[in-house]
Design a protein around this ligand. Structure first.
Ligand SMILES: *Cc1c(COP(=O)(O)O)cnc(C)c1O
Length: 235
């Protein structure tokens, strides 16, 4: 049973949906074009159960081990779609490819190649997003802006992958201009790659608890929400 803490998820979800709808409206978009990925990293299984019970099937984890552990524990209950949103070390690529419905965080060709090999071995194409370091911060993962177009082409050409779009993380700031510029740049890269025929989808995974409204205004199709939806992560 969800603990008291996680009982608030239903209310929080309603509030988040309203904010998404308002942001979508400001941009002339359909609220239904934005999917919520509930980020349960650091939270126990009860949080995943509460999120599913509230009606959100998309669950995001940033570590392969944690995703694996929770998925194994949940298997009988089912109903969840697992998203890998954090950096994946190459040696864990095969496990990520097997377990995740979508790998958001393809940040190198080396990782892409490993995921592709697993996809080929499984006889399916692993759905992925290419992560772009749109802000240019040194500490951020993702393809640098100058290399991303070529990176997308190379990822998309791998036989064991389906490249469905892009993912980015904005800088940790409340400066709306900085956030907006990061998200807008990412959308422009997506549009260019789409026009070049490189991508099989138009997904834009962008927006977290502190910046998802700006991300939706700038075209996000998947917001990755931890704190504002699931609550503060236990220490
Ligand atoms: C933790 C995490 C999130 C969610 O962060 P919140 O600020 O708690 O919403 C989103 N994306 C990635 C890649 C994360 O690691």
């Amino acid at each position: 049973m969800p603990t008291q803490h996680y009982r608030l998820i239903g209310e929080r979800l309603a509030a988040v949906r309203e904010r998404i709808a308002a942001a979508a409206g400001r941009a002339g978009r359909e609220p239904g074009s934005v999917r919520i990925v509930a980020v349960t990293k650091g939270h126990p299984l009860e949080a995943v159960e509460a999120v599913l019970a509230a009606g959100v099937p998309d669950i995001g984890e940033n570590r392969v081990e944690e995703l694996e552990r929770k998925l194994a524990a949940m298997r009988d209950l089912g109903g969840a779609r697992w998203h890998m949103i954090g950096h994946v070390q190459s040696r864990k690529a095969s496990r990520a490819a097997r377990l995740a419905e979508l790998v958001h965080s393809v940040d190198s060709l080396r990782l892409a190649a490993k995921l592709s090999r697993t996809g080929e071995a499984l006889g399916r194409r692993v759905p992925v997003l290419v992560q772009i370091n749109a802000s240019g911060e040194a500490a951020k993962s993702g393809f640098p802006r100058a290399e991303v177009q070529k990176g997308i082409e190379e990822v998309a050409s791998l036989p064991g992958l389906r490249a469905l779009g892009l993912m980015t993380m904005a800088p940790l700031t409340s400066d709306e201009r900085v956030l907006r510029a990061t998200f807008r740049r990412t959308r422009e890269v997506l549009e260019a790659a789409s026009e070049a025929g490189c991508l099989e989808g138009r997904e834009l995974s962008m927006g977290m608890s502190n910046d998802f409204e700006v991300a939706v205004e700038e075209g996000s199709t998947m917001v990755r929400l931890g704190t504002t939806l699931v609550g503060k992560r236990p220490l």
